[in-house]
Design a protein around this ligand. Sequence first.
Ligand code: UD1
Ligand code: UDP
Length: 372
Amino acid sequence: MSKIRVLTVFGTRPEAIKMAPLVKEFEKRSDKFKSIVCVTAQHRQMLDQVLKLFDIKPDFDLNIMKPNQDLWTITAEVLMLMKDVIETSKPDIVLVHGDTTTSMAAALSAFYAKVPAGHVEAGLRTFDKYYPFPEEINRVFADAVCSYHFAPTETSIDNLKKSAISDTHIYKTGNTVIDALLHTVENNKSDLSYIGLNPDLKTILLTSHRRENFGEPIKNICKAVLELTEKNQDIQFVYPVHLNPNVQQPVRELLEGKERIHLIDPMEYAPFSTLMKESHIIMTDSGGVQEEAPSLGKPVLVLRSTTERPEAVEYGTVKLVGTDKDNIVKEVQNLLDNDEEYKKMSEAINPYGDGLASRRIADILEKEFKKD
Ligand code: UD1
Ligand code: UDP
């Protein structure tokens, strides 16, 4: 029996984390699928960390990352280089993920080659063209050119239906991030002692890397961290600093060497999941962290003014606090001082998935691309 040839394409850390469970599922079903993996390496070190953890050896590595790269070069290189990859690997379907420039350009490349593409984590929207930038348009674009849409929630299904794209197949599958998280939390007990955290203090985990937060907003976030640390002797911050120079430079300038503020390198996914579990509060502008933290029962303060992931905000475990320094200080202080409020936000909920999304997607592809 000939196999379904699936070309899975990803390039950054979050895409890798969210596509890894799917690649593993295709490998498990090797009697039905020929799994072909292409990494663009839009990220290098942060991607390789994930490939190592999930033991994925790509068939194609486009190795495109350059220091301080821009959107034009990422788009052009992925679009061009994917042409050869598709021609060589002859997939029945190309799978892309989410809202990165890798995903948008790889989906377009598949469309030009007239190979059907599937969008994993389809249908997320803020309906604001510039926020987040360029992710909102990347995902609208990927949804438009893909024929198969694997939507995580009802909200994302509704968003896709509103877009009224022809030739489309929409499925609710849950988000593969929960597959990755449950697998990782279950199988790993990471040692965090290298960070040097004080076990008697409350830990606040911080991540921030969004383009809209470059410049003043990221400086405001750092100033809020300084003020909170000064006001509260019983807290400590830990911040795995994204490798983007636009993040590294201001963060190191404002926070390096300060007492009870631990700036560390981007963490491997397993220890990072452990750290999320052990934190008291999480402050982030990350999409993935917004999805993972609620299922670990951690209150999340989102350093943005809108989100394409409204589900946990509606449940009350995630709150949008923006990037105004005084507002961040007020909201964190409220969680530190008000036990009732803290308890309300710490309820473990799982609006984004149940750990079975990859299985559902593989089932759908088996049916849709059945071969004799
Ligand atoms: C990208 C995605 C963003 C996603 C984020 C996840 C786009 C336009 N942006 O943003 O949607 O939320 O990844 O983290 O697709 N760098 C390294 N090593 C790495 C990774 C990055 O040195 O492993 C540095 C490089 O200097 C690189 C820069 O960071 O040029 C920016 O990387 P890029 O992928 O362009 O942007 P991100 O902000 O990471
Ligand atoms: N993450 C990680 N190590 C870190 C910080 C984050 O493994 O030091 C994981 C996190 O658990 C989530 C993903 O990276 O699964 C999110 O990536 P990022 O915040 O870079 O991108 P976004 O989700 O905002 O696109």
